[in-house]
Design a protein. Structure first.
Length: 291
């Protein structure tokens, strides 16, 4: 019998693990929560817990209410802000709230929803990207495959982004260059210690550098790792890392043009573990994912 169970709730769904010591979900996916338009509403995972009950994520902190746990955020998509908050405006050399810029990644449906006999929780989601005028600019198909691994959980995350226009120009923040799959780590996990596949340690030394994967040890225990698949464009990806942030910076170095005939496909692995397994084991996890 599977140790995982999937349950719908008022926001989306939650994943339960019968083997977890904590009597609560290990993950909640917020697909339909109503948020201010200035936050560019988008589906996300929050909270995320280790199997021993350590909280990993932070949701809508006061300083950045558009940071929502583990999420896909896209700062510039043509003229739409699908990240949330202000834009950095180079001409003014500061972040500015730009009226009529915030779009939405709208949840439309779950097309796959279940747990296999092999104890893999599987969810496929269909989404629509809308610009500030609620005009369709892209269709997204997103999938999650969640399974148990030694010491915790593996989330396989993939997405297929099909423009509804002739082309989408996707860009990062014009200052810090963040955009893409992002994890906001919250207390007590935040102030994490990062290290990467290329041997660099510390978020300052990994920021804006390429690596196949980046791991982070929580300040009071626990561990997460994010992995970039070899099939992704611009692999190995450039990373956006701060003491409480971990993001695969697909757009960090330059914008990306996606067209009807050349849609965008992305694959990532994300691990939530009770303890740091060490670089050798993380590399073994990556090898399995990449194969």
């Amino acid at each position: 019998m599977s140790n995982f169970s999937l349950k719908t709730n008022d926001l989306g769904f939650e994943i339960h693990d019968a083997h977890s010591v904590a009597d609560r979900p290990i993950a909640v996916y917020r697909a339909t929560e109503e948020l201010p338009r200035s936050d560019s509403p988008k589906p996300c995972f929050d909270p995320l817990y280790t199997s021993s009950g350590r909280l990993v994520t932070e949701y809508r902190p006061d300083d950045h209410t558009w940071h929502t746990g583990l999420y896909f955020g896209w700062v510039h998509v043509n003229n739409a802000n699908l990240w949330g908050g202000p834009w950095y405006v180079p001409e003014e050399k500061k972040y500015v709230h730009v009226e009529n810029s915030h779009g939405i990644q709208r949840h439309d449906s779950f097309s796959v929803f279940g747990v296999s006999h092999a104890s893999v929780a599987s969810v496929d989601e269909e989404l629509s990207w809308l610009d500030a005028a609620d005009q369709l600019i892209a269709i997204e198909s997103r999938s999650f495959r969640v399974s148990a691994v030694e010491g915790g959980y593996r989330y396989l995350i993939s997405t297929h982004i099909q423009p509804a226009l002739d082309e989408l120009v996707m860009g990062a923040s014009r200052a810090a260059r963040y955009s893409g799959l992002e994890l906001r780590m919250g207390p007590p996990f935040a102030d994490a210690e990062h290290y990467c596949s290329e041997g660099r340690q510390g978020h300052e030394n990994i920021m804006k550098q390429r690596a196949r994967w980046v791991g982070a040890r929580g300040a009071t225990g626990g561990f997460v790792a994010m992995m970039d698949h070899p099939s992704n464009p611009r692999h190995p990806v450039t990373w956006f890392t701060r003491k409480n942030l971990l993001g695969a910076g697909l757009l960090m170095e330059e914008d990306l043009v996606v067209t009807r005939s050349q849609p965008l496909g992305l694959r990532y692995a994300f691990f939530v573990l009770d303890a740091d397994p060490g670089a050798e084991q993380v590399e073994a996890f990556y090898t399995d994912f990449a194969s």
